[in-house]
Design a protein around this ligand. Structure first.
Ligand code: F6R
Length: 608
């Protein structure tokens, strides 16, 4: 997740930018850079690597006094990790300098048009179109030029812009990515979050989507997209810096759970539009899929495996495309049936899991086409695969996968529906599911509003020693993931089962000391799930049912009920995930454990 910091005022030291970037380090980054005014011109210095590499490059310049500047930590999405792709990006004569957080979806079209009008590009980023567009729109007023230019952008952004002909000003704009502004007697400051700001002011203004802000001297003004001023009083923040890094949440895991309305939007951005898949990253294999594809094989571990399993159900439910899945540590040794007609999808949020990596190597040796899905640009699995689709959720710091899991399912469904489309198997039913995915940001806001109720339940269940999660179909994949989340951060024994398997063994475990989470869809397998709930209740085990909003029957029979909005059954793992994540999170906190750093686990598992 990129980080932006900009200052305007009198006698700002270049060091202020470095200090600001360091406050944003926790967001994750792979390169950094700064632009500042230098005797009427802008000087831009950027460096792949850590902020200390940028500091080294700057040398004594850190003590220099400047009047305006922008700095950035980049977390690569479009274009590899390099000095050229780092921000700020400038137009050709370096008069305009831009930092950006987000993704410009239509950058390819814009880039082509700009090149045809004579612009020369120096990087392979989506961001670089912005300074060129602003250059075309500039007629002596930076605010007006930015307003005109951003109307051409599709996607998500927070941007900061400076122009050497107006060296006393920063113009910044937001659509979808965060931006905060503040000022004191000496300077004004813009940043991606409050952490770099708190040192200078605790009175901050959170910029909303569709707003532009002009910072000058020690003040700032907010405008709408028509240039009309917006009056809004700043908010007083009394967080300390550590709390601010976590956006006011107690732990990164909680923050990341609550980021899901935004992270899911970013993951599907440019991949789904109006109920239609449009996954550009796999266009190069369209003919392979149309003519040669006989089987898709998903290889993954842990939570990523659960996302892959949901994908398998989705593909099976809506196409006759053969999908197999295996956990990577088994795939490596089970002589998998893959060949040149197989598309292997290697799912790994870290991109470094050794078992998955070895699976990639094996699949390539057997002649399969390997598509990686990862959240970390430039990580090993994408590098060794034939191509990659990045999840674009921003870094996940908590060890337990939360926002990357929901992004994985959404991106896998986008890829799957794109494949169905090319195979002429894209039905109106699938279109409905894809539309449900587009609605997920709103759905998530509703689900996350239930946190207080989930905390109450966590208090009630914190002392149990075992729990079981049951479901059918995609509900089964949600059950597996719910159980994994609980055991990994709360150390309560939990297992996930296909509800129909209860009577073949696990039901023997059940009594009043063994609560069961039942994941109940709205239609389809609902009646079967109700029978399973009755079986559980007959053994005196308590039932916590996750149901869709109006399921009165289940509401009557379960001991506890958590409601999620009604969607198609394939979406169940996506709507249920924030509930089971929050439940596990609060149980861990109530037990006095650190959910961000569960014992014996690591964020990327690079040993066998
Ligand atoms: C669970 C979790 C792990 C990972 C697994 C695979 O919360 O984080 O189960 O999902 O170690 O990791 P990646 O996706 O990085 O390959």
């Amino acid at each position: 997740m990129c980080g932006i910091v900009g200052f305007v005022g009198k006698n700002i030291k270049v060091d202020y930018f470095i200090d600001g970037l360091k406050k944003l380090e926790y967001r994750g980054y792979d390169s950094s850079g700064v632009s500042y005014d230098d005797n009427g011109k802008f000087c831009t210095i950027k460096k792949e690597g850590r902020i200390k590499d940028l500091e080294k490059e700057l040398g004594d310049i850190v003590n220099k006094n400047v009047n305006v500047g922008l700095a950035h930590t980049r977390w690569a999405t479009h274009g590899g990790v390099s000095d050229e792709n780092s921000h700020p990006h400038t137009n050709e004569d370096n008069k305009i300098s831009v930092v950006h957080n987000g993704i410009i979806e239509n950058f390819q079209e814009l880039r082509k048009e700009l090149i045809s009008r004579g612009h020369v590009f120096r990087s392979s980023t989506d961001t670089e179109v912005i300074p060129h567009l602003i250059e075309e729109c500039y007629r002596g007023n930076l605010l007006e030029a930015v307003i005109e230019a951003i109307k051409k952008l599709e996607g998500a952004y927070a941007i900061g812009v400076i122009h050497s002909e107006e060296p006393d000003k920063i113009v910044a704009a937001r659509k979808g990515s965060p931006l905060v502004v503040a000022g004191n007697e000496e300077l004004s400051i813009i940043a991606s979050d409050v952490t770099p700001i708190l040192k200078y002011s605790k009175e901050v203004n959170f910029i909303n989507d569709g707003e532009i802000v002009e910072l000058f001297g020690n003040n700032y003004k907010i405008f709408d997209l028509s240039g009309n001023p917006i009056e809004r009083k700043p908010i007083h923040i009394d967080w300390d810096e550590e709390l601010a890094e976590k956006g006011g949440y107690e732990h990164f895991m909680q923050k990341e759970i609550f980021e899901q309305p935004v992270s899911i939007k970013s993951a599907i951005s440019g991949r789904i539009k109006n109920g239609q898949p449009c996954v550009k990253e796999i266009e190069n294999i369209k003919s392979f899929i149309e003519n040669d594809l006989k089987k898709i094989y998903v290889v993954a571990c842990g939570t990523s495996y659960h996302a892959g399993l949901a994908f398998k159900y989705f593909m099976q439910n809506h196409s006759d495309i053969n999908v197999e899945i295996e956990v990577a540590s088994e795939f490596r040794y089970c002589n998998p049936n893959v060949n040149k007609n197989t598309l292997v999808i290697a799912v790994s949020q870290s991109g470094e899991t050794i078992d998955t990596l070895e699976g990639v190597r094996l699949a390539k040796n057997k002649g399969a086409y390997v598509l990686a899905m990862s959240n970390v640009v430039g990580s090993t699995i994408p590098r060794e695969s034939d191509s990659v689709v990045y999840m674009n959720t921003g870094p996940e710091i908590g060890v337990a996968a939360t926002k990357t899991y929901t992004a994985q399912i959404a991106v896998l469904y986008s890829i799957g529906s794109q494949i169905m489309k090319w195979k002429n198997q894209y039905s109106t039913e699938t279109e409905k599911i894809i539309k449900d995915i587009e609605n997920l940001p709103e759905i998530y806001k509703k689900v996350l509003d239930n946190e207080d109720h989930i905390i109450e339940l966590a208090r009630e269940y914190v002392n149990y020693k075992h729990m079981m999660y049951i479901g059918r179909g995609t509900g089964y994949t949600a059950a597996l993931e719910g159980a994994l989340k609980l055991k990994e951060i709360s150390y309560i024994h939990a297992s996930g089962y296909q509800a129909g398997e209860l009577k073949h063994g696990p039901i023997a475990l059940l009594d009043e000391s063994f609560p069961v989470f039942a994941i109940v869809p709205f239609n389809g397998l609902r009646e079967k799930m109700i029978s399973n709930i009755m079986e559980v209740k007959a053994r005196k085990a308590r039932v916590i049912a996750i149901v869709t909003e109006n399921d009165e029957k289940v509401i009557e029979i379960a001991n506890e009920v958590i409601k999620v909005p009604e969607t198609s059954e394939d979406i169940l793992p996506l709507t249920v995930a924030p509930v089971t994540q929050l439940f596990s999170y609060h149980i861990a906190v109530l037990r006095g454990l650190d959910p961000d750093k569960p014992r014996n686990l690591a964020k990327s598992v690079t040993v066998e």
